[in-house]
Design a protein around this ligand. Structure first.
Ligand code: TYD
Length: 140
């Protein structure tokens, strides 16, 4: 996971069943996602100007979706950085392990839906950028 790069984090176009009464998007582990879903959480009521994230994971894979509104995700593998804008509920960003991420520029009322491959485990987090650089350089 240490060797993963920002180029392994791709936007996935999700399915959308449309009819005149609205849309539905369906996510099912392993049938249309590259991992089984063990956990789902969502960020909401995010005050203007606040950022979230600011960490990396050692094993966790996530699909991040703007279920409502929009926000930007900064991805950083220690060498390359890229910023991805999410603003539609039928697109998701796959974030692989070993990537520093920051979520920013939340629109008013934005809902950030996250599907995760593992249960919550604080030991899977890398919480400081200094530790992240050390991890990428093989320190642990
Ligand atoms: P954290 O992952 O640090 O938030 P973010 O990266 O979005 O800024 O989580 C915020 C708090 O919520 C932290 O105290 C840990 C807790 N938490 C859980 O208990 N379970 C979870 O599944 C998640 C995602 C967070």
């Amino acid at each position: 996971m240490k060797e993963n790069s920002v180029y392994d984090c791709n936007i996935l176009k999700l399915n959308k069943i449309h009819n005149r009464a609205g849309n539905i998007t369906i996510l099912e582990g392993m049938s249309n996602l590259p991992f089984d879903i063990k956990r789902l959480y969502y960020l909401y009521d995010i005050p203007a100007g606040e950022n979230r994230g600011g960490h990396a994971h050692k094993e966790l894979r996530q699909l991040i979706i703007a279920a409502s509104g929009s926000f930007d995700i900064l991805l950083d593998d220690g060498i390359n950085k890229k910023i991805v804008a999410l603003n539609r509920p039928d697109y998701g960003l796959l974030v692989v392990p070993g990537i520093w991420r920051e979520l920013m520029e939340f629109s008013s009322g934005a809902i950030c839906l996250v599907l995760a491959s593992h249960l919550y485990d604080e030991n899977d987090y890398i919480r400081t950028y200094e530790d992240f650089k050390a991890y990428k350089n093989g320190a642990f």
